[in-house]
Design a protein around this ligand. Structure first.
Ligand code: NG1
Length: 470
């Protein structure tokens, strides 16, 4: 592919400012550098190129695994995977940052042994194993993964670098084995493939990485339908040009996000199990709405206080008629400790209200009402902070600093939480010059360096066979 053809291809993917060709030029250099590194690692021959984006969630946090609603968008930050198929079932992985991500290799099989928790190759092994099980794929690949800054998806920042790697690996292996899947089925497949690493996550990240569209947010109803249940209701909502999105990385990373996350998933399931005693038709917190349960919207607190404990440990839960078999299964599935206590009522309150906020926020976006949208973002953050306890001191400082600026319409924690990124909405053209001052105050108060970038909505996963012959 010559440079002008490559530029045309990249223009379809990245929402780069036409007035500023330097961004596209920088992407072009990045792809060319990746091709050179691939040739150095694996020698001459055809190269196939795949990319999958990270995402930023505008609103709808911890709702996806409750069959609720989310409103994310795919980012220009993405992961590239350059590959060449192999005749055998070996997968050899190199990374453009070998000191950080050492070489790995494995053989395709229906049960591929995982590496240590957190090992980067696990995000390739998960989809590889799932594709062997589903389609019996036999061709491995020689692959180079490229995710370094500033174009890569920051790791552990709540922008779904892990899902981007899962999606790009699945796409490459599927394509190199001459397979294909309809996009929604593929997104659903990737979400389940990532369970390999031990999280019981939802579908939001993979759907965004697969279905993302330039200039659009994705409204996704996370309740599947159809047989098999892989159909989801989606709507691409154009991002009004009069607003811009800012993504700020707090620099805070939490090691045990996985366990906190799994406890929250379990707490939501406990809420459902307790409500099911009276309303057996409920399967997920999504079902708990004022209309469905027959209370006035303003009476949600009273309703929850009547039916759910504020806090309960395993002993208390057994007394509430939850069967020991259910509780043991939950503890095993979510790696819960026997002494754990669960703030069931507050967790459920967050999810129920957050679902409503997503519906209202999508309306606000359709009506190009950034002020209203910003208010929902702030409410969402408070709820994540107080009810879901998924924030942390540093992120709260950052949200407060941003929300205190007249240029900012709304700001909130984005992603799983306990650190990571904050997403903010601004009037387009509002000076981001003020960010230097925010960063300085933030540093003084937390000791952490702040990084930020403009959130531009990019296309979902792409693959180009025979991208280059080297
Ligand atoms: P991140 O921020 O990528 O860890 C996680 C889940 C999402 C969703 C959010 C919270 C995975 C792969 N991702 O996202 O499905 O539940 O937390 O809204 O588990």
């Amino acid at each position: 592919m010559n440079p002008s053809h490559l530029t045309a291809v990249l223009q379809q993917v990245y929402d780069s400012d036409p007035a500023d060709p330097s961004l596209l030029q920088a992407q072009l250099s990045r792809y060319q550098e990746a091709l050179r590194a691939f040739r150095l690692a694996f020698g001459p021959g055809p190269v196939h190129v795949y990319r999958a984006p990270g995402r930023v969630n505008l609103i709808g946090e911890h709702t996806d695994y409750n069959h609720g609603f989310v409103l994310p968008m795919a980012l220009e930050k993405d992961i590239l995977l350059l590959a060449r198929p192999r005749a055998d079932g070996r997968v050899t992985l190199r990374n453009i940052e070998p000191a950080r991500f050492p070489d790995r290799s494995f053989t395709l099989s229906p049960s591929i042994p995982p590496g240590p928790v957190g090992d980067w190759a696990n995000y390739v092994k998960g989809p590889a194993q799932a594709l062997v099980r589903l389609l019996g794929i036999t061709h491995g690949m020689d692959a180079l993964v490229v995710g370094k800054a500033p174009f890569g998806v920051p790791i552990g920042a709540g922008l779904s670098s892990s899902s981007a790697l899962t999606v790009v690996s699945a796409m490459a292996l599927l394509d190199l084995n001459n397979g294909s899947m309809p996009p929604m089925e593929f997104a659903h497949f990737c979400a389940q493939a990532e369970w390999y690493v031990g999280t019981r996550g939802g579908v939001m990240d993979h759907f965004t990485s697969v279905l993302g569209r330039r200039g659009h947010a994705l409204f996704l109803d996370c309740r599947p339908a159809g047989v098999p249940p892989t159909q989801y209701r989606t709507e691409w909502v154009p991002l009004p040009p009069q607003y811009s999105i800012l993504v700020c990385d707090s620099g805070k990373r939490r090691a045990n996000t996985l366990s906190d996350y799994n406890v929250r998933v379990a707490e939501c399931k406990l809420g459902v199990a307790l409500l099911q005693r009276r309303w057996p038709a409920i399967t997920h917190l999504r079902d708990v709405t004022a209309e469905q349960m027959g209370f006035a919207p303003a009476e949600l607190d009273a309703f929850l206080a009547e039916h759910l404990p504020e806090e309960a440990d395993f002993a208390a839960l057994r007394q509430l008629d939850l069967s020991p078999a259910f509780l043991d299964g939950l503890a095993a599935d979510h790696r819960l400790t026997p002494t754990q206590t669960f703030r069931v009522r507050a967790r459920c309150r967050h999810v129920i209200r957050e679902n409503q906020r997503v519906i209202e926020s999508a309306d606000a976006l359709r009506a190009s009402d950034g002020r209203r949208f910003g208010r929902y973002m702030l409410e969402s953050h408070q709820s994540l902070r107080d009810d879901y306890e998924a924030s942390c001191a540093e992120v709260d400082v950052l949200v407060d600093l941003l929300a205190g600026r007249p240029e900012v319409l709304g700001a909130r924690l984005t992603g799983a939480g306990w650190g990571g990124c904050v997403v903010a909405l601004l009037d387009a053209g509002a000076e981001t010059g003020f960010m230097a001052e925010v960063a300085e105050t933030y540093k003084a108060r937390t000791g952490l360096a702040l990084e930020w970038f403009a959130g531009r909505a990019a296309a979902g996963v792409n693959g180009w066979k025979h991208f280059a012959e080297l």
